[in-house]
Design a protein around this ligand. Structure first.
Ligand code: WA2
Length: 268
């Protein structure tokens, strides 16, 4: 009887874990696709129109009304690439000065990525140089070098929740898929990105599922397999070995690897 019960528990956990992994991956993918479309919106209406046919009010209104398309993102924003030579005229034109993510006036840098458009839910990043944060900076550099969507490692967002940032590059010209890195960098206009508030939005997602009470779900960034980073859930190691199941997750950035581990809360 014990063995049959254990087998049933193991089968149950496989199903429940796969269901959760699939849901999370799907909601992640639709959110990424919609941010991709927003990057094209900025290229079309900010850069391909003279004068630009986009402003903060329009961006805030459009992103608020389409937020249902990005269920795992707490907010999206557009950071413009500003070279140091153009900083003064940029600041004069905007009427504010570029600040660091610690809310100090930015020291001189080769270039900056100040947020010029933001969804109201993340309006606190407006005017901040997103290159002043280590994780955001690495994302910006990797996205423009590859032309693809990239993700940070999990870290504490400015909302103070654990999450990851997604970044798409926006280019001034159409680039062929095999464009050289230096051509990509030279053509970079800015960066469209958003914050995956994993801590609160994944909690919401899992809470709606049957069996939530009995299951412990953890998501890890296992890009460096010998140093797994918690992306969702608590890090407390579980005592007695109980049935567990691991599901691979694909969040669309081939540079990063993620997986989900599910266990029962009460020993079976
Ligand atoms: N957005 C919201 N909260 C954050 C954050 C962020 N980055 N970084 C830390 N907390 C405009 O890649 C460009 C958004 C960065 C995009």
């Amino acid at each position: 009887f014990r063995r049959a019960a254990l087998r049933k528990a193991e089968e149950g956990i496989v199903c429940m874990c796969e269901e959760r992994a699939r849901m999370l991956q799907d909601q992640f993918a639709v959110s990424v696709n919609h941010v991709h479309a927003l990057a094209i919106l900025v290229a079309t209406f900010h850069y391909e129109k003279q004068p630009p046919a986009l402003d903060q009010d329009t961006f805030a209104d459009y992103t608020a009304r389409t937020s249902f398309e990005r269920p795992l993102l707490s907010g999206v924003a557009y950071a413009q690439r500003v070279m140091n030579a153009d900083r003064e005229s940029f600041e004069r034109q905007q009427g504010w000065i570029i600040k660091t993510m610690k809310h100090e006036p930015s020291p001189v840098q080769d270039e900056y990525a100040p947020v010029i458009y933001s969804q109201e839910t993340v309006s606190y990043i407006e005017g901040l140089d997103m290159m002043s944060g280590e994780e955001d900076r690495e994302n910006i550099l990797r996205s423009r070098a590859t032309g693809k969507a990239v993700l940070t490692r999990p870290f504490r967002l400015m909302s103070n929740h654990l999450g990851v940032v997604l970044t798409f590059p926006v280019y001034l010209v159409d680039l062929p898929p095999d464009a050289k890195v230096e051509d990509r960098v030279a053509a970079t206009a800015g960066y469209l990105g958003g914050a995956f508030d994993v801590e609160s939005l994944v909690e919401n997602l899992l809470r709606q599922l049957a069996g939530n009470q009995e299951l412990v779900v953890n998501v890890y960034d296992v890009t460096n397999h010998s140093n797994p980073l918690v992306m969702y859930g608590s890090e407390v190691p579980l005592g007695a070995p109980s049935p567990s199941h691991i599901c691979m997750l694909d969040f669309g950035d081939p540079f990063r690897k993620h997986h989900m581990i599910c266990r029962y809360r009460n020993k079976h």
